[in-house]
Design a protein around this ligand. Structure first.
Ligand SMILES: *Cc1c(COP(=O)(O)O)cnc(C)c1O
Length: 426
């Protein structure tokens, strides 16, 4: 029996489903999850000593590749001075300054320990600042697992949604309106109906939790205008896209400025760090200055902040994002060519260090189109690639991630594996 299988069996005895986050369990692709022993650069090694080129990158944070020597050194140096104090530290100022400097719409920022905390707090802040209750989110966008955000669309466009999780009472989501991503008309209708009651619109400005779906031209601009016209706040959930698609996230690429931004993943460099921030006048509603309560025992943890700060510093090297985007492009173009030669229905897209693979004719623009992809074909492709030492996300509905250590040689090895994998799908 493989050690991965042994460990998984053992894990299932004390950990529900054997994992601490559901997608890790390989449920949607089948098979045994790989237990990772160590990682370096673009590679991870499992407990059976198999080596994989990794395109999960801890679901986004590992933008510098795994175990970057400078990040590891920063963590080691910080740890020697104590792991947590529950009192302010200079490092927290430095990372706040680094974030606000890089993302100008974030005039003030509060640190938390996860993306879920960041979005949950941002929603509370938007409600507190506007004195309104209703929020708009989009089907297929994921904003962490806070109760009011675990919602899918109801039966009609302007009906409020249904919980996507057991344990979330209907009453908790009665203020959450779920609309279609890229459907600006629906948002307009919602504002016409409920304008004065809507506290905020929260959106992944490039959606990365229903595979990768880019905003159509005018969608984000339209959200901005509708929010401004109706006194609602626009929240960009850039937990995934922040410092991933470019130096200023999607807002830097599109020029659309949100009122509140949420971050996590990359800003922790692999350690638990999240953040929400925005207009100073909005952020002043947060305790201890304002009446919106928000707190955290480990918020701004000195070791995590050291990893994040070092990561942000390394990301600001000139040309970093151009190179990253270039490597992602080489990957998706190479995959598309090889799928084409093999006669597999396939499309792919990328933005910065993020990419999407679709077993469909075209790059999707909506949740509906994403959902129509050939999941069974993805499952087979996933396992063909895994067998050949390439680790893609174990789900057809997740984005993939390239790091600065995915050099030409690594991309080429991936494409060589893909050539065989695609040929075996037909
Ligand atoms: C990952 C993610 C979250 C949740 O972050 P966690 O750190 O897993 O709680 C929220 N929003 C988006 C867009 C994400 O990609």
């Amino acid at each position: 029996m493989s050690r991965n299988s042994e460990l998984f069996e053992r894990a299932c005895k004390t950990i529900p489903g054997g994992v601490n986050s559901p997608v890790r369990a390989f449920r949607s692709v089948g098979g045994t999850p790989r237990f990772i022993k160590r990682a370096n650069g673009p590679y991870v090694w499992d407990e059976d000593d198999a080596k994989y080129i990794d395109y999960v990158g801890s679901w986004g944070p590992a933008i510098l590749g795994h175990a970057h020597p400078e990040v590891i050194k920063a963590v080691q140096e910080a740890a020697v001075n104590g792991l947590s104090f529950g009192a302010p530290t200079e490092g927290e100022i430095l990372i706040a300054e680094a974030i606000c400097e890089r993302i100008p719409s974030m005039e003030k920022v509060r640190l938390v320990s996860s993306g879920t905390e960041a979005t949950m707090s941002a929603i509370r802040l938007a409600r507190g600042a506007t004195g309104r209750s209703k929020i708009i989110k989009f089907e297929g966008c994921y904003h962490g697992h806070a109760d009011s955000l675990l919602v899918k669309a109801g039966s009609g466009m302007l009906t409020f949604g249904n919980p996507t999780s057991s344990g979330v009472p209907l009453e908790f989501i009665q203020h959450t309106l779920v609309l279609d991503f890229n459907d600006l008309q629906a948002v307009e209708t919602a504002f016409t109906e409920y304008g004065k009651e809507i506290a905020c619109v929260i959106v992944e400005p490039v959606a990365g939790n229903m595979n990768l779906v880019k905003p159509k031209a005018g969608f984000l601009e339209g959200l901005r205008k509708l929010c401004s016209d109706h006194g609602a706040l626009l929240i960009f959930d850039e937990v995934m896209t922040g410092f991933r698609v470019g130096p200023q996230g999607v807002q830097g690429l599109t020029g659309v400025t949100p009122d509140i931004t949420t971050l996590a993943k990359v800003i922790g460099g692999g350690m638990p760090v999240g953040a929400f921030g925005g207009r100073a006048d909005v952020m002043e509603h947060i305790a201890p200055v304002g009446a919106v309560y928000q707190a955290g025992t480990l918020s701004g943890n000195p070791v995590a902040v050291a990893a994040g700060l070092t990561t942000l510093r390394l990301l600001s090297e000139p040309g970093f994002y151009d190179r990253l985007a270039e490597q992602s492009k080489k990957l998706v173009q190479g995959l598309t060519e090889r799928a084409g030669s093999a006669g597999v229905l396939f499309a792919a897209d990328s933005i910065g260090g993020m990419f999407g693979l679709y077993f469909s004719l075209e790059v999707p623009t909506s949740f509906e189109e994403v959902s129509a992809a050939d999941v069974d074909l993805f499952r087979r492709f996933f396992h063909e690639m895994l067998e050949r030492g390439v680790y893609f996300a174990p789900s057809a509905f997740e984005a993939g991630f390239v790091s600065s250590t995915h050099d030409d040689e690594v991309i080429q090895a991936t494409l060589d594996a893909a050539e065989i994998a695609f040929s075996r799908l037909v």
